[in-house]
Design a binder for this molecule. Sequence first.
Ligand code: AMP
Length: 244
Amino acid sequence: MRIVLLGPPGAGKGSLASLYHQRLGVPHLSTGEIFRHEIARDSRLGQRVKRYVTNGRLVPDALVVEVMASRLTTGSRRGFVLDGFPRTREQADRLDRVLEHRRQPLDGAVYLTSPESLLVQRLSGRRVCERCGENYHVRRMPPKRPGRCDRCRGRLITRKDDEPATIRKRLAIDHRTATPLLHYYKRRGILYRVNGSGHVNTVFVRTLKLFRRNGWLHDPTTSLSRRRNQRSPRSRRISRIAAA
Ligand code: AMP
């Protein structure tokens, strides 16, 4: 399947995309993660985007599209899930042109809806591993050992852009930029709204129904059952929390 995940910061796009990767084998590309990784290793790209990312402002369209177009070249049979991209109409338009050129048009744009109070709560409790980028939440998805990543034992930190003042700025920016983007996909007839409240597993199941109904999954039954037996620590942790 080839989809973009849309929704404001805190809507759960990253956690959900991570589950698609673990359980369905669909590659996950997140612009935010790419940028944070490049900033951490102080690459040229990292230096170019740092001031935007740490202030919660959008990186210029031309630069984002250039970065994503180059990462999308390694196409997989299972498609991709884009998270955090596109963020503007201009980015959406240019993404479409790149995919049309490759004869791999998008299947859908999935918009996760959530009340603002929930978004603020999710973002302010979020912690991220400074080494591998894995996401946690102090209450909803705590690590086994406080302050340490389950996957690589790296230190968990609060993202600079998850500070309260920056959260409000990011939500306001998102509100302004998301509307034209939603109109764009609606006009194309590929916009799907999904309730993003509740545990990530619940949202995963909601979206899975949508994917199956539309026939977007490459081989849902086999990949799901095979992957259930090879879950990563994060996926097992998510299931544990859901069962609790
Ligand atoms: P995220 O992890 O998706 O919340 O992204 C973190 C930050 O990276 C954003 O606040 C922006 O500064 C930057 N960013 C991520 N994706 C994009 C995009 N598609 N367009 C512009 N800036 C982006």
